[in-house]
Ligand binder design. Sequence first.
Ligand code: NAP
Length: 374
Amino acid sequence: MNYYTLGDSGLRVSRLALGTMTFGDDWGWGADESTSRALFDRYVEAGGNFFDSADLYTNGRSEEMLGAFIRDAGIRDQAVIATKFSYNAEPGNPNAGGNGRKNILRAVEGSLQRLGTDYIDLYILHSWDRFTPAEEVMRTFDDLVRAGKVRHVGLSNVPAWYAAEAQAIARFRGYEPVSTLQLEYSLAERGIENEFVDLATQRGAGIMAWSPLASGLLSGKYRSSDASGPSGEGRLITTAGSGNPAFEKLNERNFRIVAALESVARQLGRSMAQVALNWVINRPGIASALVGATKLSQLEDNLGALEFQIPEELFQELTVASAGEATYPYSFFGPELQGMITGGATVGDKPGGYYTSHLFEGAGAGVGASDDND
Ligand SMILES: NC(=O)c1ccc[n+]([C@@H]2O[C@H](COP(=O)([O-])OP(=O)(O)OC[C@H]3O[C@@H](n4cnc5c(N)ncnc54)[C@H](OP(=O)(O)O)[C@@H]3O)[C@@H](O)[C@H]2O)c1
């Protein structure tokens, strides 16, 4: 296991973080306590230091278990604990959810208590509530850092304009900056490439990629539709019809990506999960991929994801097979219209160490291509 500094912060984190959304079986697709403990122990044994939870996960059980495992292992100083707030904890009370100061200050106390610790290493807004100004969130984050309850802060599932505004406010007001953007990213979900990869790499936030296996789809264990619909065993079948967009993965487009992944994995003699994780980790802006598991054998498989390098040609094959359509306005940033801006003159990338856009990278368009994967 090797470590990166997260964004522009000095916090050193494992490139594979352990997701704890599956700690506890309260939601019907997680792991019981003894399996969760075994997952934790194996991850620590492999050298991992980065744990991700949320007050929402398994109704608080995830934080309780994580806190107990860290305490029992005696590794609070080594562990980097990330946890999140936004989701409502008390039906009927609008201030027991969302990103206003009143809820953040309520939520942090609950997380500290369940985790059994007096500080959180990385406190993350879980989801945009569509109302709270970025100024209020960033000021409250900064208060928590100054009070010693939180070390670093981050944002998850927010629009890019909001994250950019939050970071600009932090910069100009001297607040604690956003060190991470926690976002869904995998071969099956590449929406963040339009805005967030450039935002993260330009503005000092490391991306924590959630659901890097698209909730298990990219392990290859689900089969495409026959008369009775997609088949396989796991979360995506258990949660079918839940309406949660993160779980709507069993469709024909994604099965075409799975087929390309299967072919590359076969050529490499690696599992599909390992290849899918390796691809995510080696894409621009990705600081850490959040691995999740319900079984020890799955974690064992996933921990092997960094042991090999995908040859460039096969890496590109995956990138091209999973690319989406260039939508407006991003379609304006490709070589044709950029050529009209430069007047046909060749304008090369900036020298190494300077920012260049990652948009269109690896898609064959060649705009701002850079091999800077940090
Ligand atoms: N910020 C957010 O909104 C957000 C959202 C989601 C997740 N997260 C974080 O990201 C973490 C990881 O997310 P995720 O669990 O969705 O990640 P994922 O890697 O996409 O999916 C993990 C699931 O896939 C299956 N699986 C994993 N490895 C496998 C293997 N080698 N072979 C076969 N099946 C395998 C297991 O489910 P089954 O056994 O059920 O098939 C496992 O629980 C979470 O724990 C959480 O910390 C954050």
